[in-house]
Design a protein around this ligand. Structure first.
Ligand code: GDP
Ligand code: MN
Length: 377
């Protein structure tokens, strides 16, 4: 889950990371009020959950009231990567001496948290990483979180020559690590991390992404969610107790268990098809869940076939069969269903579904082959 900069800033402040004074405004009157409180010049920043706002014209400096109102209205109507900002952040403009980059994130391949730092901040770090990998400092935490400052401390020291800045950066990095681990983030990023004309370090931007799977531990964070940026189908699926991720293909998948759901997508790919989604109905099998899953999948008009792949353990195949029958009764399913059921109560399930005129597969490969074939017709 991503949150807006004006909220990420509050977290920075809570964790002792220095930010510029300011607040979010929904109207130009609110913007003027904030600007008078903090003093001109101010920076006006579109609050959209997309990178590169600066390049898109969503960030401007205003030196007086007239400029502020003009830029506020212009940015408010700006379309940035498909989104219009509901709020604009008004912050005291920092007189920037130099821009750095500092972040903590997860390296999924190494399975480790990593500190990334660079003296080349402000620009997109991916570009620097490609063109000048030598200008990126990386430090892998190796499970050490923030306890062992002696290990990660040198990262902050390498960024700056000045002893005072080294000390200040070390303390900011410690706070960033604290925020990252306490709030179960997948990214906590300061770009640009700036030295101002007084020689102090300030976070001129704040980006925080939380691990969705850990959100249940942070009810205080769920309130910060901006639903406009989340896929409506994925949100509804979550409410129904389904794990659902939309993909680009045309073979709809309904599977029990995350491992089998992954295996099903792999097999679809292997046999030349393209899965339209990941969907795990979960371990226990409530017929209602199958019905909800079918309803959600049918909204995706790309889907040409629904592949139901169930390996009955705790999940009872007859429960799934009843879910399928309910779905067939309650809604019009205009595309073919390919069903593979095996395991607990397989016989009962087969009897129920065969009576209804459906073909049931026991072999996963056969079922997937058939679904992929239909998806290509
Ligand atoms: P992003 O483009 O969406 O990442 O937005 P940022 O908040 O990082 O701002 C983009 C760029 O605008 C920064 O790299 C800075 O160069 C500039 N900028 C942002 N805030 C200030 C500020 O307070 N003062 C000055 N002089 N420039 C700023
Ligand atoms: Mn930025």
């Amino acid at each position: 889950m991503k949150i807006h900069e004006y909220l990420a800033r509050n977290l920075f402040a809570e964790f002792g990371i220095p930010i510029a004074e300011g607040d979010a405004a929904q109207t130009s009157d609110e913007a003027l009020f904030i600007a008078h409180k903090i003093g001109f010049p101010v920076v006006i920043k579109a609050q959209v959950l997309a990178g590169g706002r600066g390049k898109a014209g969503g960030i401007k400096i205003a030196g007086n009231e007239k400029q502020l109102v003009y830029e506020f209205n212009r940015i408010k109507n700006l379309n940035i990567k498909g989104y219009c900002a509901q709020r604009l952040l008004i912050v005291k403009a920092i007189d920037i001496k130099k821009e750095y980059y500092l972040a903590v994130t997860i390296d999924n391949i190494k399975g480790d948290a990593v500190i990334i730092a660079s003296a080349e901040g402000g620009v997109e770090i991916e570009e620097t990483a490609k063109a000048h990998p030598d200008k990126i400092i990386k430090f892998y935490m190796q499970g050490d979180k923030i306890l062992d400052e002696a290990r990660w401390g040198p990262v902050a020291v390498r960024l700056f020559n000045d002893a005072r800045l080294q000390q200040s950066a070390t303390s900011i990095l410690k706070n960033l690590l604290k925020l990252f681990f306490e709030k179960d983030c997948s990214l906590a990023e300061i770009n640009p991390f700036v030295v101002n004309k007084d020689g102090n370090l300030v976070a001129a931007d704040a980006k925080v992404v939380f691990d969705d799977n850990a959100l249940y531990r942070h009810p205080e964070l769920i309130a910060l969610r901006d639903l406009k940026y989340e896929d409506a189908d994925e949100l509804e699926a979550k409410d129904e107790g389904l794990s659902f991720v939309k993909l680009e293909g045309n073979v709809g998948c309904i599977v029990n268990g995350a491992g089998l759901a992954m295996g099903t997508m792999d097999t679809v790919n292997l046999l030349g098809g393209r899965p339209a989604n990941f969907l795990d109905v979960g371990g226990s099998s409530n017929p209602q869940k199958v019905l909800n899953a079918v309803k959600i999948l049918l909204r995706n008009k790309d889907i040409k076939v629904i592949l139901i792949n169930i390996f009955g353990g705790i999940t009872r195949c007859d429960d799934i069969a009843n879910g399928i029958l309910t779905a067939l009764k309650q809604i019009d399913i205009p595309i073919p269903l390919v069903i593979r059921l095996t395991g607990t109560n397989e016989k009962e399930a087969k009897a129920l579904l065969t009576q209804a005129g459906l073909t049931i597969y026991t072999s996963m490969r056969q079922a997937v082959t058939q679904a992929v074939k239909i998806s290509k017709d």
